[in-house]
Each structure stands twice: as C-alpha cells, then as structure tokens.
Design a protein around this ligand. Structure first.
Ligand SMILES: NC(=O)c1ccc[n+]([C@@H]2O[C@H](COP(=O)([O-])OP(=O)(O)OC[C@H]3O[C@@H](n4cnc5c(N)ncnc54)[C@H](OP(=O)(O)O)[C@@H]3O)[C@@H](O)[C@H]2O)c1
Length: 290
C-alpha cells in the first residue's frame, strides 16, 4: 500500500523541489491560501486548507497520513507552528515525521533561528513518532534575492565580509528528503543529517562563478550590517527577519559556516550539486531583460 505524505510549506522553495523529487508518490499539501494551490492540483496533489498558526484548522489535513514533511516558516512563531503540526500528527496516528531544521541548530546557536529550530528538533525527537531531522546549510537559492541587482548593475551586496559557506542547492535538500521518505520507515529513524554543498565558497568566489556562466563582469560588494539592514527594511522585510539575518551574517563572517559534510553523498550516492551547476541552471534569472 502506498504511503500518504503530507507536505507543509508546499508553495515554498524546498517543498516545491521535494514535489519534483517525489514523482508518483501519494502527496497531500497543506496550504493556507487555496487560491495559490492550482499548480499543486494540476500536478495531481490533493490540497487541504490549514494554517500552522491555527491548531484547530489542522486535523482534516492529517487524516490518513503516514509521513509528515514538516517545514515551518522562519519567524517567532516557528516553535508553535511545529508544535501544532506534531500534535495534529500524533492525534491522527501519523507514523513518521521528516523535519527541515537548519544548519547549526542548537540551544546555544549564535542566531535566533538556530535556537528556535533547536526547540522544535528536541520536540520532534520526543514526539513518539519515527523521526528524521535535516539541517541544511545556507541555500544557494538565497542568491536569487540578489538576481535583480546582478542583472541590473553587475554587482551584489552582502554583509558577510569574507565569509565562506558550505552552501547547498535546495534541490539537493529536497532529493535527500525524498530519499528518506522513500526508504522504509526505520532506516533513517533517529538520525539527524547536516546537509551541505560540495565546497565552502566565499562571495568573491560566487561572483567569479557567476561571471564564468554569464560571460560578463559580476562583483561582490561587501557592505556593513547597517547598510544591509536599511536595504532589507526598505524592501519591506519584517524587522524580526532582518535581525535574524544579521545574526547569521555575523556568525558567518566569523567563520561559523565554513565547513562541508558528506551527508548528501551518503544519502544520494552522488556528490551534491556544485555552485557552477546552480549558476548555469538559473542563468536567466541573473541576466538583465532585453
Ligand atoms: N534560506 C536558508 O538559507 C535556509 C537554510 C537552512 C534552513 N532554512 C529553513 O528553511 C525553512 C524555509 O524553507 P523555504 O525557504 O523552502 O520556505 P519558503 O520558500 O519561505 O516558504 C515558506 C512556506 O511556508 C508556508 N507558510 C508560511 N506560513 C505558514 C502558516 N502559518 N501555515 C502554513 N504554511 C505556512 C508558505 O505558504 P504561503 O504560500 O501560504 O505563504 C510557504 O509554502 C525555514 O524553516 C528556514 O529556517 C533556510
């Protein structure tokens, strides 16, 4: 009998890639806003409305579910969102949860997201469900936020100085999650995987890789925390998120993200995608419109 997998965050970066990585699986998506779900329905995915902020809205989505892909959005309510989902899962008799956490999640992490994820990781470990936790490094896809600047000016501004990051393509996170979900339920139970890309890169090196793919000059401009903060607030990014990003930037500038692991290769039997492949596959996004 096929297992029903409930996807949270189904309209977001990682879960969208996870859907690509699970062709033919019995998928159900939890969405807040059904008007955003036409694309999911067109792909044959059952859609059920529910909001992780609202525990009462969740039970229908969890009925008959075997596996929960649990991704909570960044924000101060993340642990509450995780708690609501896990409680609904327990009530519905869900067998297994595969949870997306974050690199370096710990009670003493130097950033609030890492500390909040640590609370939810611990709750997941104690949930009574079979569990696996994925802790991915910085997403290469974050650079798509800089694509407009790169296309328009040939430069991008980061407040991480000469930080090196073991950044990962979100498609490799998704394929790792799919591997765990498709393997038999005990295989990865009780495991936490820290997922990274194949090499630790500075943003100067990112610029060089983009130059090679785009065939034109790309420059990394190191900026201060205050300058980045002003830009992000100007784009309407909530202050809590801006503060969180600044905490990460400081940690990364101090060397906190300069490492890689072999977890993706261990799960997938192949190396993770290099930044060069990410750049090639997204070249159009970094290119100015005619
Ligand atoms: N970016 C990084 O470098 C990085 C690295 C490691 C870990 N992470 C972790 O990755 C996660 C974010 O993943 P992502 O980038 O794939 O997400 P994303 O693209 O930001 O999408 C967030 C998803 O969550 C949904 N959502 C938001 N609030 C919700 C609510 N109250 N109830 C139900 N669904 C809700 C959104 O649905 P709507 O369409 O309704 O908005 C959307 O599908 C976070 O936990 C973050 O800490 C990020």
């Amino acid at each position: 009998m096929s297992r029903t997998i409930l996807l949270t965050g189904a309209t977001g970066t990682v879960s969208t890639a996870l859907i690509d990585a699970l062709p033919g699986a019995d998928l159900r998506a939890l969405v807040r806003d059904e008007s955003k779900a036409d694309g999911l329905r067109e792909r044959g995915i059952e859609v059920v409305a529910g909001d992780l902020d609202d525990a009462r809205s969740l039970p229908p989505a969890f009925e008959g579910v075997h596996d929960l892909w649990l991704l909570v959005p960044n924000g101060p309510r993340a642990p509450e969102n995780n708690m609501n989902a896990l409680w609904a899962a327990r009530q519905a008799g869900v067998d297994r949860v595969v949870r997306l956490s974050v690199v370096g999640a710990a009670h003493d992490a130097p950033n609030r997201s890492g500390r909040l994820h640590a609370l939810s990781d611990r709750e997941t470990e104690r949930s009574g469900l079979r569990w696996t936790i994925l802790r991915p490094h910085w997403f290469m896809q974050n650079l798509l936020n800089e694509a407009g600047d790169i296309a328009a000016t040939g430069t991008f501004s980061m407040n991480m100085a000469s930080a090196r990051l073991g950044m990962i393509d979100a498609r490799d996170i998704a394929e790792s999650a799919a591997r765990v979900l498709l393997d038999e339920p005990d295989r990865h139970h009780g495991k936490t995987y820290t997922l990274t890309g194949p090499r630790s890169l500075s943003f100067d090196e990112v610029a060089v890789e983009l130059e090679k793919v785009l065939g034109r000059s790309v420059g990394h401009l190191p900026v201060s925390d205050d300058a980045k903060r002003e830009t992000l607030l100007g784009y309407g990014v909530p202050k809590w998120i801006v503060d969180m990003l600044e905490e990460y930037a400081r940690a990364y500038a101090a060397g906190w993200g300069d490492f890689t692991t072999d977890a993706v290769a261990g799960l997938l039997g192949r190396p993770p995608r290099d930044f060069a492949e990410f750049a090639r596959d997204h070249a159009a996004r970094f290119t100015a419109p005619e």
